[in-house]
Design a protein around this ligand. Structure first.
Ligand SMILES: *Cc1c(COP(=O)(O)O)cnc(C)c1O
Length: 398
């Protein structure tokens, strides 16, 4: 439900969106509804509560169909992403899978970006394939050249910008223009930018997915996904989601809506810290290339500058070619950057990555090892020291 007070500043809307101050006895945050059955006062009310196919107007009818705890989060995400409505899922991957199932049917052709989150790729190759959906992977930097890959039965073009390992940017408006002229829907995994740094619906996206597990939750303590759509796409998404019985747990929804309230300050700090560490890394002799969309020498910088409002704390570095033992020496023994997948929490993380065997549309031609960094909210000087000591270990290991 979009807030009509469009002139409020974005930081204000992060605080106010989706909140209901008239209820809950003045509590600032919504209560956590642990609920399945909703008791009706009369047969007439029972009838009114019988499940409405259109999702109704956020009235409690059954635990699976939402509660004030889920609506607080969903309405906040819908408002900040700039879409019509949002549904929460129990994880980001569940949100991606549910969305693909909502917009594809047997016999359809799906265009999937080659830099996509790897579990999304597995879902296409292992699940969608069984249901007769064919997937073609395309170069993330294809722009309007995607026209050549469209087939009469192409119904969905899936995007993710930047990719969360290789950080190539996509020209979303150019892709959307071609896809829409063909009658296909544009889906986007918008996790990297969060609802704050890319506004998908202003750039032609029809359905935007967030792995809420990352920046929305923000504290590495819950799993959650969200899907936000245009009004036109809402019936397809809501019907499929509810038919599949997808719903997130109340405690995780609560943690996500709580994390959401500090999203603007956290993201600004991730942006600043990430860029500072990225700029420092590019001056290091051990680093061949920094893959950070907000650094001017990174391919895709112009698209980032044109379409994005900031950068998150996740980026990559290509090291100068070195032995595997040297990379291990760099990564083992880090004191502040911890080894771990996922990202978006307050803490810094580091991860060795290798996309060579994964990509199928465009080969990954880099020579040095790839390392992904999530720059958290610690003091930047400590983060630099931690990396500098790691580079000393790298040299000692040869
Ligand atoms: C983590 C992640 C997901 C999946 O989210 P989960 O909540 O872990 O299932 C999807 N897309 C991107 C880009 C991610 O980083």
């Amino acid at each position: 439900m979009t807030n009509p007070e469009k002139n409020l500043g974005e930081a204000t809307r992060v605080v106010t969106a989706g909140r209901d101050l008239k209820n809950y006895a003045g509590a600032v945050n919504p209560p956590v509804y642990h609920v399945s059955t909703i008791i009706s006062k009369s047969v007439a009310e029972l009838k009114a509560h019988s499940i409405r196919e259109d999702g109704g107007d956020q009235v409690m009818t059954y635990g699976r169909r939402g509660s004030p705890t889920s609506w607080a989060l969903e309405n906040a995400v819908a408002e900040l992403e700039g879409g019509y409505r949002t549904l929460a899922y129990p994880s980001g991957l569940a949100a991606i899978a549910g969305t693909l199932l909502a917009f594809l049917k047997s016999g359809d052709h799906l265009l999937m970006v080659d830099s996509v989150y790897a579990p999304t790729r597995r879902f296409c190759n292992q699940v969608l394939k069984r249901f007769g959906v064919e997937t073609t992977y395309y170069d993330p930097q294809i722009d309007s050249g995607i026209r050549e890959l469209l087939r009469p039965n192409t119904t969905v073009v899936f995007t993710e910008s930047p990719g969360s390992h290789t950080f190539e940017m996509q020209d979303i408006p150019a892709i959307a223009e071609v896809a829409h002229a063909h009658g296909a829907k544009v889906l986007m995994d918008n996790t990297w930018a969060s609802p704050l740094f890319f506004k998908p619906f202003e750039h032609g996206v029809d359905v935007s997915i967030q792995a809420g597990t990352k920046y929305i939750v923000g504290h590495s303590d819950a799993m959650l996904g969200t899907v936000t759509t245009t009004q036109e796409c809402w019936p397809a998404l809501s019907t499929t989601t509810w038919n599949m019985g997808q719903c997130a747990g109340p405690d995780d929804l609560y943690l996500a809506q709580r994390g959401f309230r500090t999203l603007s300050v956290r993201l600004q700090q991730h942006y600043r810290n990430g860029l500072t560490v990225g700029e420092w890394l590019r001056s290091r002799s051990e680093v061949r290339q920094v893959l950070h969309p907000a650094l001017p020498e990174t391919p895709g910088y112009e698209l980032w500058k044109r379409d994005f409002l900031g950068a998150s704390g996740l980026f990559g570095i290509e090291l100068e070619p070195c032995s595997e033992a040297a990379v291990v020496a760099l990564l083992d023994g880090m004191q502040i950057f911890h080894l771990g997948g996922s990202w978006g929490g307050y803490e810094s993380l580091v991860l060795p990555t290798n996309v060579r065997k994964i990509r199928t549309a465009t080969p990954w031609n880099f020579e040095g090892p790839l390392v992904r960094l999530h720059v958290g909210l610690e003091s930047v000087s400590d983060l630099k020291d931690d990396l500098a000591e790691g580079f000393q270990r790298l040299h000692r290991a040869g």
